[in-house]
Design a protein around this ligand. Structure first.
Ligand code: ATP
Length: 250
């Protein structure tokens, strides 16, 4: 079953063509990575799928619902973790989770379950009783990810989920995402410019460069196809910048 269908999606910001007609599909339960360098168009794609930006061409559907025409329906199915997200700084961590659980829960029971899951996922323990303004970047990130996952979306749209996190926290976030996909059947679209990280996390990836998808496949397929050791090498061989760098260093 197809969870996300993107067809010839385009986005112009004035003269800047951020997306030049990209297409890809994500299967239900899959962890799909959109990877590429800074400015490639990753955040733009994720924001369109999260119904926060309107495309200038093409279309995108989430579980059969058009992201423009049926934005309300789409919002019920997704959870979006923005790249740069400030949480409500004046709230304590626990108050933020309670506030969000109240927004999303339909019954008292689902509120309790959501909150319990959010507390566990955040891994913040006693620090949840402190104001968010006192958290480190990594702690805020973990709180926001816990918020995004505790509502058990059908699709998690995560923009650079491990950005700014140390090795231990980045590892634990990747494990959590994998567990949610495997145990709860949640589909994920994850963006990253860290190609090595994505290789361990994603079932399939789309490589994006300058608003164009240059290839799609599982990390294993792509590495075999380009005879590369890792996705970083795959990417460099596609965009043809590897040779230049080699020449510089002799
Ligand atoms: N609000 C905006 N106004 C004008 N141009 C924009 C805007 N947002 C993004 N762009 C441009 O669109 C292109 C794609 O940006 P986008 O943020 O989608 O890239 P990205 O792959 O997420 O990059 P990064 O890894 O640096 O976050 C870039 O050239 C960027 O400068």
């Amino acid at each position: 079953m197809v969870a996300v269908k993107v067809e010839n999606l385009e986005k112009d910001y004035g003269k800047v063509k951020a997306l030049k007609g990209i297409s890809f599909e994500i299967r239900k339960g899959e962890i799909f990575g959109l990877i590429g360098p800074n400015g490639a168009g990753k955040s733009t794609t994720l924001k369109i799928l999260a119904t926060l930006l309107t495309p200038t061409g093409g279309k995108a559907e989430i579980f059969g619902h058009d992201v423009v025409e049926e934005a309300e329906e789409v919002r019920k199915l997704i959870s979006y973790l923005p790249e740069e997200a400030g949480a409500y700084k004046n709230l304590k961590g626990i108050e933020y989770l309670q506030f969000m659980a109240k927004l999303y829960a339909k019954t008292g029971k689902s509120y309790d379950e959501m909150l319990e899951m959010g507390i566990k996922l955040s891994g913040l323990g006693e620090r949840l009783n402190d104001k968010i303004s006192t958290y480190s970047k990594g702690m805020t990130r973990k709180l926001l990810l816990a918020r995004a996952l505790m509502v058990k979306p059908k699709l998690g749209i995560l923009d650079e989920p491990a950005s700014g996190l140390d090795v231990v926290n980045a590892y634990s976030i990747r494990q959590t995402i994998r567990r949610f996909a495997r145990e709860k059947g949640i589909t994920f679209l994850v963006s990253s410019h860290n190609m090595l990280e994505v290789e361990f996390l994603c079932d399939r990836v789309a490589l994006i460069n300058k608003g164009v998808i240059v290839d799609v496949g599982s990390p294993k397929e792509l590495k075999e196809k380009y005879n590369a050791e890792n996705l970083e090498e795959v990417f460099m061989s596609i965009v043809g910048e590897g040779k230049g760098a080699m020449e510089v260093f002799g």
